[in-house]
Write a protein that binds this ligand. Structure first.
Ligand code: 13P
Length: 274
């Protein structure tokens, strides 16, 4: 078992990575690691996560209350958000919050990452929904994120940033990298005239591969009620606009969705959407 000091050093290394990759500016972002059900390590508030040393790292309990912090350091102002993830996802061992440029731009534009454009993103993430806006540091963000926790390992925070979590610190960080890479590709392909999406059957094959590999974490390939029929994927669920769509089954389309789809197909037939 890795000792606590080593984990603190690993948190500092990941802090450097998110800072050096431009996933955070100035003092933004926060990272935490679960030691056991009652002890968690987290980054302190108000410091650059790119220049931390192990003494910066704070220890809190499951309610976010300080167990140990060196003079001048207090736990992240977003500790409630981290604790909500651990509470509702006992499989999660680490949480990373950052403001990567492309993913955050989608979060600001209110566009969830739902277009199936490359195999890796479909396998690793499925889709990335946007949790409703909440005031930083309040219970509003944990409350907004809560409905997505059982279905996804990555969520965009409206007008704010991105949140990823996984069974290890490195995997939680890698999820953040994957989200940002997906957002960047989607953004660039939109500039190049729009992505050519993977077909529904291609998406289904990728979901099947994910299931066969037995990859850990939550993913639409495993939670969608209709996935066994090979009929449904996260990408056809209703734009990730709410976890309820997934719980209730993907075939449920709203009237508005249906009218939009019919209009799109008619326009395509008439070649009017060029
Ligand atoms: P902290 O420095 O308090 O963790 O806050 C940074 C941040 O990004 C808030 O969203």
């Amino acid at each position: 078992m890795v000792n606590e000091f080593e984990i603190k050093k690993q948190i500092c290394d990941i802090g450097k990575r998110i800072y050096n990759q431009g996933m955070v500016a100035a003092n933004d972002g926060n990272i935490s690691v679960k030691l056991n059900d009652h002890e968690f390590l987290c980054t302190p508030t108000g410091v650059s996560k790119g220049f931390m040393t192990p003494e910066y790292i704070c220890k809190v309990d499951e309610n976010g209350k300080v167990i140990q912090a060196n003079d001048g350091f207090r736990p992240s102002s977003e500790i409630k958000m981290h604790m909500r993830v651990y509470k509702e996802r006992p499989d999660v061992k680490s949480v990373v919050h950052a403001h990567p440029i492309y993913a955050t731009s989608f979060a600001i534009a209110g566009i969830p990452l739902t277009q199936p454009i490359m195999p890796e993103a479909v396998i690793a993430l499925g889709c990335v929904p946007i949790a409703e806006y909440g005031t930083p540091s309040t219970e509003e963000i944990p409350d907004a994120v809560s409905q997505y926790l059982q279905y996804f390992d990555a969520v965009l925070l409206a007008n704010h940033g991105a949140l990823t979590y996984s069974d290890s610190l490195l995997n939680a960080y890698h999820k953040m990298e994957s989200v940002e890479f997906y957002a960047k590709l989607l953004f660039n392909s939109k500039l190049l005239g729009g992505p050519k999406e993977l077909s529904e059957s291609q998406v289904q094959r990728l979901y099947e591969i994910r299931r066969q590999f037995g990859l850990k974490g939550k993913h639409p390939a495993n939670v969608c009620l209709n996935n066994k029929d090979g009929k449904c994927s996260c990408h056809t669920c209703g734009n990730c606009s709410g976890a309820e769509n997934i719980v209730n089954g993907c075939q449920k389309e709203t009237d508005t969705d249906m009218v939009a789809e019919i209009t799109k197909r008619v326009m395509e037939q008439l070649n009017l959407n060029k």
